[in-house]
Design a protein around this ligand. Structure first.
Ligand code: DGT
Ligand code: CA
Ligand code: CA
Ligand code: ZN
Length: 577
């Protein structure tokens, strides 16, 4: 059994325990255990099988959880989970995904109405039946109805990194079994770097492409074959049920198919309108002259765009947001690239809620070829994460100064991810912030303020003279929590004016800021950082998702400050602008 699956069963049980009102410390230890398993490089199953090792050697796994894991490996579930599932139907777990509805409310609704489904909950709100329950009211009913609509929109979508991992898995699997394959390329929303993916689209070419389809549908993780034709197969993959579409293509129409299946649909529609105007027809098989159906392009994307009088458009821009006009006028931006990044400015260590030491993070960052990193642990308001108070922050700054003198082969900036309090003030006093090289400000609490209050709070935070970066500025958590409402333009304008950089948080759960807001902010003169918010060295690799988001936001290397060399970046830090 995969670690991810074991972690899912335990995390799910933690949710049920919370609904059942069990001891919060126990709930937390289950959650921590689940995340420890998910972050483990090794397979838990291998450790369990090894007579010389114990599950309790895994950090975060005590005796209780070790027994739980043994039981899961033996029979796919465990007693505590089974008991809770007798009490609450599994659909209750889905209710947790409705924003604004906590475990206590779910338990209350279940006790009172025996309702545990989203449809049922929707009906209760429409019939105004929630407001009679303690601590619930008409406003909550409205809020839940809105949340349900949002939930339905995102249901059935997957995070970009998940789809990316599945694509990698499948490509490796196909290559290892079929030799005559030229290309296996992800298309669709994954190729465009969209933050969530509905289904995965894979294209294969080569003399053995049809054999690849055969091997694809026979993959052990394929749970259902949805469609199968001579050149195409669609399946459901893995316990999460991601749909994967695969197509075998002739090399002479590879470019046309790649263009077609990359989308977006909106981009393709706009492109086809242009074709018609120019006397062409475009399909997944090629670009044809309308008058005599003669094929004029199809082997590569470049020649198709060229025949249409356009520069080749990077997939991340293909959203019909002005890219076709820009390609026509030769003013597509020179987009930032992965290799442009020279440092990562947001990460955590064991000082707060990270998993490894500063030294381990530094080593991993050096291995990535970075010139510098900032270590930015949490501040004291995040007590659960053991955030730093002023004294620890100052001591940390001193320690980093000494480490830099020893020369770690990478420059470390002492930083802090300082909580922005409800009133917009900083969680740490100015004299402590002044000791640190880089202060990031973040909102982690009171996220349901009215828009006006949230705007004032952020504007107030920008007044802090030590603040350099506003982290994950909208607070969204993909597939889970919407951005909090505030006047983004005003905040962006003020950030630009004060020289505070806006973060693109590269964590696949956040990807915050996103493309639309990046363009708004850039137009107002903002500059940006792309950082991973790593809590473990392996998260440093998420940088690529942040860069994809920057590309989707039309950013160039010069818009992003952590593309600067160490020396240039140091001088940027020394000045405010
Ligand atoms: P997703 O899967 O919801 O994350 O988004 P996409 O963009 O991957 O959409 P998908 O998988 O339905 O289709 C892949 C691409 O194929 C899409 O971006 C454009 C093209 N395509 C598929 N169906 C149509 C269609 O009915 N009309 C047009 N113009 N293009 C389509
Ligand atoms: Ca797709
Ligand atoms: Ca598809
Ligand atoms: Zn962070």
């Amino acid at each position: 059994m995969e670690n991810r699956e074991i972690a899912r069963l335990i995390a799910e049980t933690a949710d049920l325990m919370e609904i059942a009102g069990e001891d919060p410390f126990r709930v937390r230890s289950y959650r921590n255990g689940a995340s420890a398993i998910e972050n483990l490089a090794e397979r838990v199953e291998d450790i369990a099988k090894d007579p010389n090792r114990k599950l309790t050697d895994i950090p975060g796994i005590g005796k209780g959880l070790a027994a739980v894991i043994e039981e899961i490996l033996a029979r796919g579930s465990f007693e505590r989970r089974d008991k809770l599932l007798e009490k609450y139907p599994p659909t209750a777990l889905e209710l947790l995904k409705i924003q604004g509805l906590g475990p206590k409310s779910i338990a209350l609704i279940w006790e009172h109405y025996r309702v545990s489904t989203i449809d049922g909950l929707e009906r209760l709100c429409q019939e105004q039946k929630l407001r009679v329950l303690p601590r619930m009211g008409a406003k909550l009913e409205e809020k839940i109805l809105r949340s349900i609509a949002q939930y339905r929109q995102r249901a059935g979508r997957f995070l970009l990194n998940f789809a990316d991992d599945v694509a990698g898995e499948l490509i490796g699997y196909l290559r290892s079994g079929v030799s005559g394959l030229d290309r296996i390329t992800p298309a669709g929303s994954l190729r465009r770097g969209k933050e969530t993916v509905g289904d995965l689209d894979l294209l294969v070419t080569g003399p053995e492409a049809e054999q690849a389809l055969e091997r694809f549908v026979a993959h052990p993780k394929v749970s259902e074959v949805l469609a199968r034709g001579p050149n195409k197969a669609s399946v459901r993959y893995g316990p999460e049920g991601l749909q994967v579409d695969m197509r075998a293509l002739a090399p002479e129409s590879y470019g046309a198919a790649l263009q077609y299946f990359t989308g977006s649909k909106e981009h393709n529609i706009a492109l086809r309108t242009r074709c018609v105007r120019m006397g062409y027809k475009l399909s997944e098989y090629g670009l044809f002259r309308a008058e005599d159906e003669r094929k004029v392009a199809g082997e590569t994307e470049e020649e198709i765009y060229e025949k249409l009088g356009l520069a080749w458009i990077p997939p991340e821009l293909r959203e019909n947001q002005g890219e076709i006009e820009a390609a026509e006028e030769g003013r597509l931006p020179q987009l930032i690239d992965f290799d442009d990044i020279r440092g990562d400015l947001h990460m955590h260590t064991v000082e707060s809620d990270g998993r490894v030491t500063l030294e381990e993070m530094a080593q991993a960052a050096r291995a990535m070829g970075y010139e510098y990193i900032a270590i930015t642990d949490h501040s004291k308001a995040l007590a659960m994460a053991n955030g730093l108070d002023e004294k620890r922050a100052v001591a940390f700054a001193r320690r980093v100064r000494e480490l830099n003198r020893d020369g770690l082969g990478i420059r470390i900036f002492s930083g802090i991810e300082c909580d922005i309090r409800r009133d917009g003030s900083m969680d740490l006093a100015d004299d402590a912030l002044a000791e640190l090289d880089l202060v990031i400000g973040s909102v982690h609490s009171y996220m349901n303020l009215e828009a006006a209050e949230m705007t004032d709070r952020l504007l107030k935070a920008l007044e802090c003279p030590y603040l350099r970066i506003l982290a994950h500025p909208t607070g969204r958590v993909l597939l889970h929590r919407e951005a909090y409402p505030f006047d983004f333009e005003r905040v962006a304008e003020e950030a630009a004016r004060r020289g505070v950089w806006l973060e693109i948080n590269a964590s696949p759960e956040r990807l915050d800021l996103h493309a639309t807001l990046l363009r708004v902010a850039r137009a107002r003169g903002c500059r940006f950082t792309i950082s991973t918010d790593a809590h473990h060295p392996k998260h440093l690799a998420n940088m690529r998702y942040g860069v994809l988001m920057a590309r989707r936001g039309w950013l160039r290397a010069e818009d992003v400050v952590n593309t600067r060399s160490r020396v240039e970046f140091e001088s940027l830090l020394a000045r405010r602008k």
